[in-house]
Design a protein around this ligand. Structure first.
Ligand SMILES: Cc1cc2nc3c(=O)[nH]c(=O)nc-3n(C[C@H](O)[C@H](O)[C@H](O)COP(=O)(O)OP(=O)(O)OC[C@H]3O[C@@H](n4cnc5c(N)ncnc54)[C@H](O)[C@@H]3O)c2cc1C
Length: 166
């Protein structure tokens, strides 16, 4: 028998799948995707605010009547951004670089907790080979990247002190 199923929600898909074992089924769907209202998506929007309720149930099945609640929980799923402002990109530096300075920020409700800095000494003009600064040995001898923590003050970060290459 030829059967028409209208709608590709769970009802239509389920019916069409079962009927297709014994019948010739044509599925009609008005939308440009299958599934109807079954459309679970995971979202991660920074700045959304949530409340969380909890209640306990004991082995006898007694449930806590008054929920414990936390409110005003803010979600932060966006990464922060940072830039190096000094030394400037493509600049020629004629003084000893005793500190590296930059800017860092994070979209609300996030806030920057740290900025990590690494230093790479180029061994060729294209900077394809070289070594990272290794403050433990005081040499440019690390084949793997080593990051050092800069201090953050508002939106400005500064890397200086023992981690700064000499
Ligand atoms: C916001 C929301 C949250 C939900 N959460 C849950 C949950 O957590 N757990 C749970 O079990 N259920 C949940 N449900 C219910 C569940 O999604 C629905 O019960 C189920 O999807 C209904 O399936 P259905 O096939 O009957 O209809 P629908 O999924 O609505 O499918 C109907 C399909 O028919 C199509 N259609 C309609 N008219 C025509 C036409 N003339 N020609 C061609 N195509 C047509 C529509 O485009 C649609 O694709 C939720 C529903 C909503 C709206």
């Amino acid at each position: 028998m030829r059967v028409a199923v209208v709608g590709s929600g769970i009802s239509g898909l389920g019916s069409a799948w079962l009927l297709s074992r014994a019948h010739e089924v044509t599925l009609f769907e008005a939308d440009d995707r299958l599934g109807g209202h079954t459309h679970t998506v995971r979202t991660a929007w920074a700045g959304e605010t949530y409340d969380v309720d909890a209640y306990a149930v004991d082995l006898a099945g007694n449930a806590q009547v008054i929920y414990s609640t936390v409110t005003n929980v803010k979600a932060d799923f966006t990464p922060p951004v940072s830039t190096v402002t000094w030394p400037a990109h493509n600049s020629v530096v004629s003084v000893v670089v005793s500190s590296v300075v930059g800017q860092a920020s994070d979209a609300p409700p996030g806030s920057v907790s740290s900025v990590r800095v690494s230093y790479f000494k180029c061994n060729d003009p294209s900077c394809n080979t070289g070594y990272w600064w290794n403050s433990a040995s005081g040499n440019w001898n690390s084949a793997t990247e080593i990051f050092y923590t800069a201090s953050v003050n508002g939106t400005t970060w500064t890397a200086t002190g023992v981690s700064t290459p000499t």
